[in-house]
Design a protein around this ligand. Structure first.
Ligand code: FE
Ligand code: FE
Ligand code: ZN
Length: 293
């Protein structure tokens, strides 16, 4: 099982992220190269990167399973604000270079928000933006995330992702990231995950899936809300999430937890244990709350 969580990328950069991941008993992780809400980025320290790679090797974290996530304020879909659209393109191009410097192969991107545009226009804007961003020599793959459909999010339906994939010049540089909370909130029945995978395989191809965000959801199926819950504490439930996590068709795909912290306590170490042992701890929230500030 390749499993980890969202971790920080702070003063110690990739080294700090690796240390944090190992402290959770993880064998992979996902990070933002700065704050997820903004695009301010510090320069990368080569020595820290090298140390991080050495620690990963010792700690059995394979760099090819490590994931970066682009900040969610960029919007490749909106050409009504041309400056913003060009800024998003330039930022992602630069971010891909940073990610490559770190030796990381995947960057997850939210497809974008259509706002006041028609959806097909927005989807074609996204494909056009990707065609400006991606260079044939890029070693980093962009992973489009399945979205809950909150507000005007694109990527709620797999046909939207298929449209984008069908219109990029270098389709081998673009993949998919499945988010279980988003899928549920978008109307997919996670209890019948294999049927979803069948349809995905038919339409897009399962080999396009390179990452899974494993989250429970605070809301009902089809709610289009996007509020993550801790594993087994939401509407998806522990059994269904274990089934996703252990599904043989996604065996070699990294699973990343983006579940909420309890006060100042990360739940990841305990959630990873639950998923590996397949034993749900109904007292986990109380236990974490006790040790949290
Ligand atoms: Fe995301
Ligand atoms: Fe996600
Ligand atoms: Zn989400």
């Amino acid at each position: 099982m390749i499993i980890g969580s969202h971790v920080n990328f702070g003063e110690k950069q990739l080294l700090g992220s690796t240390e944090q991941a190992l402290s959770y008993g993880a064998n992979t992780f996902m990070f933002y190269t700065g704050a997820p809400q903004n695009t301010i980025r510090k320069s990368l320290d080569e020595a820290l990167t090298k140390e991080a790679h050495e620690l990963m090797q010792k700690g059995h974290i394979d760099l090819k399973n490590v994931i970066c996530h682009a900040p969610y304020i960029i919007n490749l879909a909106n050409k009504t604000n041309l400056d913003g659209w060009h800024f998003s393109i330039a930022f992602l191009q630069n971010e891909i270079k940073r990610v490559a410097t770190l030796g990381v192969r995947y960057i997850v991107v939210h497809p974008g928000n259509y706002l006041k545009q028609e959806v097909p226009v927005a989807l074609s804007n996204i494909a056009e933006a990707l065609n400006k961003i991606i260079k044939p020599e890029d070693e980093v793959m962009i992973l489009l995330e399945t979205m809950a459909g909150k507000g005007t999010e694109c990527g709620r339906d797999m046909t939207e992702l298929k449209y984008i994939l069908d219109h990029v010049v270098y389709p081998d540089k673009v993949g998919i990231c499945l988010d279980t909370c988003h899928l549920n909130d978008a109307g997919i029945d996670i209890a019948d995950f294999d049927t979803y995978l069948d349809e995905l395989d038919r339409l897009i191809g399962l080999e396009k899936v390179k990452c899974v965000h494993l989250n429970d959801s605070k809301n009902d199926r089809g709610s289009r809300k996007d509020r993550h819950a801790n594993i087994g504490y939401g509407t998806l439930g522990f059994t269904n999430l274990v089934k996703v996590c252990t599904n043989p068709r996604l065996e070699n795909i990294p699973k990343i937890l983006e579940t909420p912290w309890i006060g100042d306590r990360a739940p990841y170490k305990e959630e990873i244990i639950m998923l590996k042992t397949e034993i749900f701890n109904p007292n986990l929230m109380n236990e974490l709350a006790k040790t949290a500030e």
